[in-house]
Design a protein around this ligand. Structure first.
Ligand SMILES: Nc1nc2c(ncn2[C@@H]2O[C@H](COP(=O)(O)OP(=O)(O)O)[C@@H](O)[C@H]2O)c(=O)[nH]1
Ligand SMILES: [Mg+2]
Length: 205
């Protein structure tokens, strides 16, 4: 529901992906409630509808918090459903970082485009356990053409709203470009039909 009581369809659909235990649910819960929950059911996969303000505009986001890693049909359905992706690893878990690039390739394959994403290095409060340098995260994000954030869902997470907002902006930008392209191509189709009709009239007269 929005402030005028109408149910709106989502302006952006965001899917959170990453290896089990990296803190996907913790990030989503922090974004939605500004709280940190230490233990969150690791098998729970949920979609949340969230009304928020981005750049003075009221927007509706739908967020799919995934669980599990297998590339199942169900997962593929989620990938198709989403407009943008938050890819999460934990700075104290090297394997979670190593899995990100193949995940991105999988998303590109399913969506048949270079998908929009934000790369998140979570658990920066565990600095003493760091296994992935910030510079490595930055380089990977550059290679994938997405924004990069190091954050901690447990320690305040001040920049967590910003990373969701940034992905929303990117999604909106691409949607605008795509709809302009569609409008242009349908105007072109009308012109083509018109020209064909004119040619026909010309050739029969
Ligand atoms: N220290 C620390 N622990 C975290 C952070 N985020 C999540 N966790 C913990 O990591 C574990 C897995 O978190 P969860 O959100 O369930 O991960 P998910 O499987 O990716 O959804 C839980 O025990 C959380 O309390 C963080 O920023 N810092
Ligand atoms: Mg979870």
């Amino acid at each position: 529901m929005t402030s005028n009581g109408k149910v709106r369809t989502a302006d952006s659909r965001i899917m959170i992906l990453g290896m089990p235990g990296v803190g996907k649910s913790a990030l989503v819960v922090r974004f939605l409630t500004n709280r940190f929950i230490w233990e969150y059911d690791p098998t729970l996969e949920s979609t949340y509808k969230h009304v928020t303000t981005v750049d003075d505009e009221q927007v509706v986001m739908e967020i799919l918090d995934t669980a599990g890693q297998e590339e199942t049909i169900q997962r593929e359905g989620g990938v198709r459903w989403a407009d943008g992706y938050i890819l999460v690893y934990a700075i104290n878990d090297r394997s979670s970082f190593d899995s990100i690039l193949s995940l991105k390739h999988y998303l590109d394959d399913v969506k048949k485009t270079n998908v929009q994403c934000v790369l998140v290095a979570n658990k920066v409060d565990l600095l003493h356990e760091r296994r992935v340098e910030a510079s490595e995260g930055e380089t990977l994000a550059q290679d994938m053409a997405c924004a990069f954030y190091e954050t901690s869902a447990s320690d305040g997470g001040e920049d967590i709203p910003e990373l969701f907002h940034e992905l929303h902006r990117e999604i909106r930008r691409r949607k605008m470009i795509e709809s302009k392209g569609r409008r242009r191509s349908s105007a072109q189709q009308v012109r083509n039909v018109f020209n064909r009709v004119l040619n026909k009239i010309g050739s029969t007269s």
